[in-house]
Ligand binder design. Structure first.
Ligand code: ADP
Ligand code: ADP
Length: 237
C-alpha cells in the first residue's frame, strides 16, 4: 500500500533527512514512527504525499509512483491521503462543518464548491464523520471555540469526509494534555480498526507508540534503526 524503495532525501543545505529507506506499510496497519527530534520522522511522513520531494528512490501508494506522478495523478493520489498536523490546520474563523466539508474539495471542480457550497450528500457525509469522533453537536460552532483535542478530532473528521484510505498524522498529540492525548489516540485507533484506514503517526513518546501501534518504526539520523511489533520494542533494544 505504501512502499519505500531505496528512498534518500538530502536537503539543499546537505542535511540528510532520510537515508536508504526500504519498507512496505500494508493496508490496515497502524504504524507509529518514533525517534528524537531531527531523526527524520516529519520528512518520512511528508514525502509520502510529496509535500517534500525525495532526492532518489521511489515511493508508491497503492502501486502508483508518487515520485513520478504528474500534477493530476498527484492530486488523485492525495485525495486518498488525509493529513493531520500538530497545529490542527483548521480555518479558525470557520464553522466546524465548513472545515470538515473542505475535505470534499478534491471531489468537485465546480464554481459552487469554490464558493464553499457543497452538495447535500457532502454535508451528510461530514456530519457522519463528526459523529464518528463524537463531536457532531459542535458542527455549527466556530472552530476556534473548541479545545485543542476537539479541534484535532475535527481534523480527523475532515480526513474521514475526504474518504481517505490513508491517514498521515505528524505529531498529532504534541500540543495536547495527557488526557486529551489518549482520547485522540483512541479515536485514531478506532478509525484504523473499524474502517481499515492505513494510519501512520509520528510520535516522540515511545510509551504511546507501544500502547497503540501495530508496528513501530524507529528512525535515527534518517535511518531505520528499529522495525517491529510493540512487544519487540523493549528497552534493551
Ligand atoms: P523529525 O520530524 O524527526 O524531527 P525532520 O524530518 O523534521 O525530523 O528532520 C530531519 C533532518 O532534516 C533534521 O536534521 C532537520 O534539521 C533537517 N531538515 C528538516 N527540514 C529541513 C529543511 N527544510 N532544510 C534543511 N534541513 C531540514
Ligand atoms: P454562512 O453564514 O456562511 O452564510 P449559512 O447560513 O449559509 O452560512 O449556513 C449555516 C451553516 O451551515 C454554515 O456553517 C455552513 O457551513 C453550513 N452548511 C449547511 N449546508 C451547507 C451546504 N450545502 N454547503 C456548505 N455549507 C453548508
Amino acid at each position: 500500500m505504501i512502499e519505500f524503495d531505496n528512498v534518500t532525501k538530502v536537503y539543499s543545505n546537505g542535511t540528510v533527512g532520510l537515508r536508504n529507506i526500504n519498507l512496505t506499510i500494508r493496508e490496515g496497519e497502524l504504524v507509529v514512527i518514533v525517534g528524537l527530534s531531527g531523526a527524520g520522522k516529519s520528512t518520512f511522513l511528508r514525502s509520502i504525499n510529496r509535500l517534500t520531494d525525495i532526492s532518489s528512490g521511489d515511493i508508491r501508494v497503492n502501486g502508483k509512483s508518487v515520485t513520478r506522478a504528474s500534477g493530476s495523478q498527484l492530486r488523485h493520489i492525495r485525495r486518498d491521503i488525509g493529513m493531520i498536523f500538530q497545529s490542527f490546520n483548521l480555518v479558525k474563523r470557520s464553522t466546524v462543518i465548513r472545515n470538515v466539508l473542505s475535505g470534499r474539495v478534491g471531489y468537485h471542480s465546480t464554481f459552487r464548491t469554490m464558493l464553499g457550497w457543497f452538495p447535500k450528500q457532502d454535508v451528510e457525509l461530514s456530519l457522519d464523520a463528526l459523529q464518528r469522533v463524537n463531536i457532531r453537536e459542535k458542527a455549527y460552532v466556530r472552530s476556534d471555540q473548541l479545545s485543542g483535542g476537539q479541534q484535532q478530532r475535527v481534523s480527523i473528521a475532515r480526513a474521514l469526509a475526504q474518504e481517505a484510505r490513508v491517514i498521515l498524522a505528524d505529531e498529532p498529540v504534541a500540543s495536547l494534555d495527557p488526557l486529551t492525548t489518549r482520547q485522540v489516540m483512541e479515536d485514531l485507533k478506532r478509525i484504523n480498526r473499524d474502517m481499515n484506514i492505513t494510519t501512520v503517526i509520528n510520535l516522540h513518546f515511545i510509551d504511546l507508540a507501544r500502547e497503540y501501534a501495530t508496528r513501530i518504526i524507529g528512525l535515527r539520523a534518517g535511518e531505520v534503526v528499529f522495525d517491529g511489533t510493540p512487544e519487540e520494542a523493549t528497552d534493551e533494544a
